[in-house]
Design a protein around this ligand. Structure first.
Ligand code: DX5
Ligand code: ZN
Length: 214
């Protein structure tokens, strides 16, 4: 069963709680929260303070995508603030195994994200330790970008890795996911779809989430 996690990056931050309630009512399975530090990516978004406010606005799991350098410094704070899943970028973690275990020791599920150009081989010796692989289908930093089709073969490769090693792995895709690209991702093996613009800009968010899940 494919799950859908709307990305708050495309929400109206003036009424964040209302936006969260809206996608919760529309059938979202999780809330995807994009954390950016202005170093790993050229944009700055939110920290643990806002995450904590999100937690008080929903009962859905919070899927926190850290696009930051030195994530170990902030992982406990994000988990204290309500993160259920914490995903770090392999490109930002020289000691990825240590970082993954820090997430788990603090009580959250652990994910590894990779940029569109990063080979999936980097996951080979960590896949058994993690709950989720996040394949970026745009270059991280901004919402509303175009889907990069060359990532589809990476989704297929992670699906094979998952079947051989860790069958209950979340295979998440993030960036440019809409009604045209979602079926390509799920056919390739993705089981968790992040969508920002497509869900939040849709006039009927329930219909948008339903179409993604089809
Ligand atoms: C990009 C973020 C995405 C982004 C997706 O760095 O990780 O989660 O919000 O936005 P859309 O769906 O608009 O491409
Ligand atoms: Zn994201």
């Amino acid at each position: 069963m494919v799950k859908v996690a709307p990305s708050l990056l495309a929400a109206d931050f003036k009424s964040l709680a209302d936006e969260i309630h809206s996608v919760e009512g529309a059938g979202a399975d999780m809330i995807h929260v994009d954390v950016m530090d202005g170093h790993f990516v050229p944009n700055i978004t939110i920290g643990p303070l806002i995450l904590e406010a999100c937690q008080r606005s929903t009962t859905l799991p919070l899927d926190v995508h850290l696009m930051i350098e030195q994530p170990d410094r902030y992982i406990p704070a994000f988990i204290d603030s309500g993160a259920d899943i914490v995903t770090v970028h392999a490109e930002a973690c020289p000691h990825l195994h240590r970082t993954i275990h820090l997430i788990k020791e603090n009580g959250a599920q652990a994910g590894v994200a990779i940029n569109p150009h990063t080979p999936v081989d980097i996951l080979k010796h960590i896949i058994k330790d993690i709950d989720l692989v996040l394949l970026m289908t745009v270059n991280p930093g901004f919402g509303g970008q175009s889907f990069i089709h060359s990532v589809l073969e990476k989704i297929e490769a992670v699906k094979v890795m998952s079947e051989n090693t860790k069958k209950d792995l979340w295979i998440e895709v993030d960036g440019g996911v809409d009604e045209r690209t979602a079926p390509l991702c799920t056919q390739a093996g993705a089981n968790l779809l992040v969508a920002g613009s497509y869900v939040f800009k849709h006039t009927d968010r329930g219909e948008a989430i339903g179409k993604l899940r089809e």
